[in-house]
Design a protein around this ligand. Structure first.
Ligand SMILES: Cc1cc2nc3c(=O)[nH]c(=O)nc-3n(C[C@H](O)[C@H](O)[C@H](O)COP(=O)(O)OP(=O)(O)OC[C@H]3O[C@@H](n4cnc5c(N)ncnc54)[C@H](O)[C@@H]3O)c2cc1C
Length: 469
């Protein structure tokens, strides 16, 4: 593609959520922007992460609904899975969204350069295309947004039955037996997907519990539900190695002489920042021991006017955190004095079944921080909408600061597990980030009947009066 310019207000390297949001937001503020991407626009999130993983989860949800349709008076035969169609549907969604980003870039005159971008002196970026051709562009500001790639475990190299999230999302059949190494958010989403699709699933987690970092009550609901689905959860076990079985699968050795034979082994032990091709050696951009680009609270690197955002820096590896950092950086380089991102209050969402969503610290984290708290929990099983949709598992938990007189004050954390909680968190997120008190939030009216009533009722109950329980 012929480019009309080689000097820009902002050059962004990396076209994932951190990078494309910086480019589009910057362009909407009137900046002249270049976006350098070596692969597909949309990055991990659109192509190999959030979107395809959630598309698979939705197929799993449809299967669950059909399996329970008789309870609603709809007779149907037992569903069978045609995963090639699932794969094609997912790919269509991805292609549409990637095309949408390209169209938005075009509409806002963001110049997209296809190739590997590497940073040189004075904010010069060399773009090397797949055919080796190079082009040099400069920015008054540069934003590094090269993202992350799956971490691997020695002895579990990709290939055959050993898959990272990248390969799982390309499957077009459902493996009969699946091991998931790593019980974090991504691992649990895959475990949930494949268990609901009929696979025999084993989670192998080195820590004492899966989903570390979650409020314990919430994590317990997920564990109970996973066990009900038939997922085997082995915690406190390290994997030792694996031996291919000659028929496409492999036997994984773990713990104290235990093993499990599977057709697919999903290695889901986190993601490492990908600064590998940014050419930072000759610059003042520092990379930490763990590979993250080192930044200050405004995402500034050591090189003047060079910022870094998203999974490349040591902040929560979430697409929407990348968006927030991108907005903050654009405002900062425009001289608008933005607030730094408050990482301890960002919204978190895990889309396994049951879903999990939260903002702010959990009960234990508050207590460990020495805070005196008041807590209320309410289960979905008494919520009318939850009964109507037939999804009564889970609860809402609110953690509030205890006032000197013992009454609940500021809302510190809102933790949800259950039906569509990723769509219900907004009220809780606002409460936490607005530093609202329980009394203030309890004034708000929730629609009836709705799942979000449970959030309202939990707040109401903290005031000492309520309707239900
Ligand atoms: C299976 C899975 C599910 C997930 N689900 C969720 C979810 O539900 N919600 C959520 O918030 N997050 C989720 N995430 C995390 C989310 O995908 C990442 O946090 C997000 O994509 C990070 O955005 P980024 O822009 O920093 O990096 P990336 O999305 O990794 O994008 C970086 C881009 O930079 C490009 N690049 C790298 N180096 C160069 C270079 N030198 N030159 C040019 N281009 C370069 C890469 O090709 C890539 O396109 C999930 C991740 C996975 C793997």
């Amino acid at each position: 593609m012929a480019h009309v310019s080689n000097s820009f207000d902002v050059v962004v390297i990396g076209g994932g959520p951190g990078g494309y949001s910086a480019a589009l937001y910057g362009a909407s503020a009137g900046l002249k922007v270049a976006l350098v991407e070596k692969d597909a626009l949309g990055g991990t999130c659109l192509n190999r992460g959030c979107i395809p993983a959630k598309a698979f989860l939705e197929t799993a949800a449809v299967k669950r609904h059909v399996e329970h349709s008789a309870e609603f008076g709809i007779q149907s035969s037992a569903p069978t899975v045609d995963f090639a169609t699932t794969q094609a549907r997912k790919q269509k969604i991805v292609a549409g969204l990637v095309g949408g980003i390209a169209a938005m870039c075009k509409g806002r005159n963001v110049e997209v350069f296809n190739g590997v971008g590497s940073l040189g002196a004075d904010r010069t970026v060399t773009v090397t295309a797949a055919d080796g051709a190079t082009e040099t562009i400069t920015g008054r500001h540069v934003i590094l947004a090269a993202g992350s790639v799956p971490r691997l475990i020695p002895g579990f190299e990709r290939g055959g039955p050993i898959l990272t999230s990248d390969e799982v999302l390309d499957l077009d059949t459902v493996p009969s037996r699946v091991a998931v190494i790593g019980g974090g958010a991504i691992g649990c989403e895959f475990a949930s997907t494949f268990a609901d699709l009929g696979s025999e699933v084993t989670i192998l987690e080195g820590l004492p519990k899966i989903l570390p970092g979650l409020d314990a009550d919430v994590a317990n609901v997920v564990v109970r539900s996973f066990k009900k689905k038939g997922i085997t959860i082995k915690t406190g076990v390290m994997v030792k190695g694996h031996t291919p079985n000659g028929s496409g699968g492999t036997k994984i050795d773990f713990g104290d002489g235990e093993s499990v034979e599977v057709d697919a082994c999903i290695v889901s032990v986190g993601r490492r920042p990908f600064a590998d091709e940014l050419g930072l050696e000759g610059t003042a951009v520092k990379v930490t021991d763990r590979g993250f680009v080192d930044v200050d609270e405004f995402c500034r690197t050591g090189e003047p006017d060079v910022y870094a955002v998203g999974d490349l820096i040591d902040t929560p590896q979430l697409a929407h955190v990348g968006y927030a950092e991108a907005i903050m950086v654009i405002k900062h380089l425009l001289g608008e004095s933005p607030m730094p991102v408050m990482y301890d209050r960002v919204p978190w969402a895990i889309y396994c079944h049951p879903e999990v969503a939260w903002a702010g610290p959990g009960e234990d984290a508050c207590k460990e921080a020495g805070l005196d708290v008041v807590v209320a929990k309410h289960p979905y099983k008494f919520n009318s909408r939850a009964q109507i949709i037939g999804e009564t598992e889970g609860m809402v938990k609110v953690v509030a600061k205890k006032n000197a007189n013992g009454t609940p004050g500021q809302v510190l954390g809102v933790h949800m597990v259950g039906p569509w909680v990723t769509e219900q968190l907004t009220g809780g997120y606002l409460a936490v980030n607005w530093e609202a008190t329980v009394a203030e939030v309890a004034e708000f009216i929730q629609p009836h009947p709705s799942l979000s009533e449970l959030f309202g009722e939990t707040m109401l109950s903290l005031t000492g009066r309520n309707f239900n329980g």
